[in-house]
Design a protein around this ligand. Sequence first.
Ligand SMILES: [Zn+2]
Length: 231
Amino acid sequence: MSIARQLYQLQEIDLEIADEEGKLEQVAGRLGKNEVVVAAQEKLDAEKKKLEEWQRQQRSLEGEIDDLANKIKASNDQLYSGRINNPKELSGLQHEVELLKAKCDQLETKDLELMEQVESVETSAVALKQELKEITLEWQREQEQLRQEKAMLESSLSDLKQQRQALAAETDAQVLALYDKLRKNKGWAVARVEQGICHGCRISLPSSELQQARSGALVQCGSCSRILYLP
Ligand SMILES: [Zn+2]
């Protein structure tokens, strides 16, 4: 194998390693992140809190209604007990009962409104609970998939790194140093040559360079310095 071909293979492996490392970083970044689940849980908690508040208001209102009903009953009992004979006192008591009844009607209307509110929040809480369940299941599925992807990438990376090590071990140390330097400076070190053109810089190569490269010697592009590889 020519030295250029060997370096080209090394580069293919390095590009693949970089690609897989990028993917691994993405996968690792998504593992354990559960913002969607937390957001759905918070939404449900907020709705439950709202429900408790409406229920508390409803209980307090119903307590008031009970108190009023008791007062109305007590006044009515007094009114019809036959113990009050004074007409002024009687009409005063009657008036009081009417006022209490009006107030009671008002509160009952409000109670109906509150009941509707409570029902609507209850329905919405049930829907949010279902949503949270689905989101959690979906998240668990996704996490499992990510764990598998991570394991696959790690195993493939370990293979690639072994391949790289073996290939690098076969390569002359100076040549390897040149390759690493070019890779660091230019992103990639080896350029394919097709139809006499360097694919690193798109420049037509002089025939002397082409001939040298064809003979298997290590030749760098006169323009971009990359190592020329004739497939
Ligand atoms: Zn070039």
